[in-house]
Design a protein around this ligand. Structure first.
Ligand code: AP5
Ligand code: MG
Length: 216
């Protein structure tokens, strides 16, 4: 049976950072809804333009378009063994849809690491984040700077700051997260799948705790 791991947690807590490490360690695909929207935006697709109108306001993209984008993505061959889902599901409707689509592949959500940190940590992390234009590699100007300012260590592409990382937008994203995504914490806790991870530690320490929780 395939393995699907859902990473839950507020904006900027380190889901993308940990998802990339986990994907490498487990050889599972990394599926990030935010990265997929940004890729669509880069390619100027209709979906990208629609998503941007919500992302810029710090709001969620409507469930129907998000669900069909993820359905298409996890149907690809590289997800046959499963995936690390980063940023999806984010609403109860998305969680129901995920359960149904995984059932079609005779699979289910296996574990839900829930990474947390105080709001001040989230603001500091998003404020100093730099992202690689080509493949979405993630840096922080203070905590994990690239070797050369403004250039990705892995592919040499330009690093940019996300439009939705302005303090006002981050504050809005945190509010939206509390209202719309927090119910999933209780939902997965009741299913016995939630693994609570303290995200307010250095990247390597979070990874250690995460891997040991998943191995149990
Ligand atoms: P998305 O791209 O998913 O953003 P998010 O959930 O708000 O989370 P972030 O990507 O901002 O943070 P992260 O937790 O991945 O942290 P990262 O590892 O980068 O979504 C963006 C938008 O798209 C949404 O607002 C919405 O509009 C739309 N969207 C996406 N999914 C959707 C869905 N399912 N439904 C509807 N709409 C959707 O780390 C952050 C920074 O901290 C980096 O600089 C990193 O280097 C640094 N860092 C990470 N870990 C540590 C550490 N342990 N110590 C020090 N620094 C660290
Ligand atoms: Mg992310």
């Amino acid at each position: 049976m395939a393995t699907f791991i859902v990473l839950l947690g507020p904006p900027g807590v380190g889901k993308g950072t940990q998802a990339k490490i986990l994907a490498e360690t487990t050889k599972l695909a990394h599926v990030s809804s935010g990265d997929l929207f940004r890729e669509n935006l880069k390619n100027q697709t209709e979906l990208g333009k629609l998503a941007k109108s919500f992302m810029d306001k710090g709001e969620l993209v409507p469930d129907d378009v998000t669900i069909s984008m993820i359905r298409e993505r996890i149907s690809r061959p590289d997800c046959e063994a499963g995936a690390i889902l980063d940023g999806f599901p984010r609403t109860p409707t998305q969680a129901d849809a995920l359960e149904k689509m995984l059932a079609e592949f005779a699979s289910e959500v296996n574990a839900v690491p829930y990474i947390t940190a105080d709001e001040s940590v989230l603001v500091e992390r998003t404020g100093g984040r730099w992202t690689c234009r080509e493949h979405g590699h993630i840096y922080h100007e203070k905590f994990s700077p690239p070797q050369k300012t403004g250039v990705c260590d892995f592919d040499g592409s330009e690093l940019y700051q996300r439009d939705d990382d302005k303090v006002e937008t981050v504050t809005k994203r945190i509010r939206v997260y509390l209202e719309q995504t927090m119910p999933l914490v209780e939902y997965y806790r009741k299913c016995g799948k939630l693994l609570e991870i303290d995200g307010a530690q250095p990247v390597e320490q979070v990874t250690r705790v995460l891997l040991s929780a998943l191995n149990k």
